[in-house]
Design a protein around this ligand. Sequence first.
Ligand code: PMP
Length: 309
Amino acid sequence: MAKKQAEFIWFNGNIMPWKEATVHVMTHAIHYGSSVFEGVRAYHTPHKGTCIFRMQEHTQRLLDSAKIYRMTIPYSADAINQATKDIIKKNQLKSAYIRPIAFYGDIGMGLQVPFGQETELVIAAFEWGAYLGEEGLKSGVDAGITSWNRLAANTMPTGAKAGGNYLSSQLISMEARRHGYQEGIALDINGYLSEGAGENLFIMRNGIISTPPRTAAILPGITRDTVITLLAEMGYQVREENIPREALYLADEILMCGTAAEVTPVKSVDGIKVGNGGRGPITEKVQDMFFGLFNGKTEDKWGWLTPVE
Ligand code: PMP
């Protein structure tokens, strides 16, 4: 049974105790990876109470991922958003990691999913601290480039956040950990920088900031978009361009970002120190602005915070 991380789970329209939210062993998604999901965070803010960060965008991406795979999620965006608020409230969470997941259940064996087959929908919400550690947020993490490339564009769409894609992410992070790094970085099949196992990357040198484009086998992250927007606010334009591996070794600063990892500095790549080996000044400013959204120091001009109440 899944380790209990909260009292309740939202499952197909009902809120039920964590331990009762189970599926059959013949669940299609277990056999074939046929799920699409999201990772969303809610933060406790002093000015607006508990707020879900960029909820609309996450729900839209869930629906987009389902569309790519011709999946029918039998709930509207509004219903999913309301359910997300409901499960946070029901679990009395001040801050939360939220995991909506739509998947094919026990619909029978075989790859042929009946036309119009509806998915199940689960929304879990529980407390989850800094994914790469509190220390990582301050002083950075050691990362390594893995021998596994990200998916080729015409094999599986990396722009869909689908369960099956995360076998690639697991290989990347397992190899990185085996080599003593906290996170793995993958190249695409052309040898250009792609992304971390669950994070997008930004590299900075001489005040120029670049990030891999959508065509470099990335999941175009919502935090990536947030960082681009905050950097623009600070007067920096980000170049979305193919980045060669050696640029990682020559960077003044590198940051990783994602809903789980938030904004985390990278202090070394393959054992080569990034800049002075700590958190760089641009990264620190982005972090301050990012976390400022939740402590009230950064004005939410974009309407990114949705109060739960
Ligand atoms: N890439 C991958 C492979 C991811 O799993 C994630 C986390 N969802 C990201 C990038 C970052 O995306 P986001 O900022 O939307 O969480």
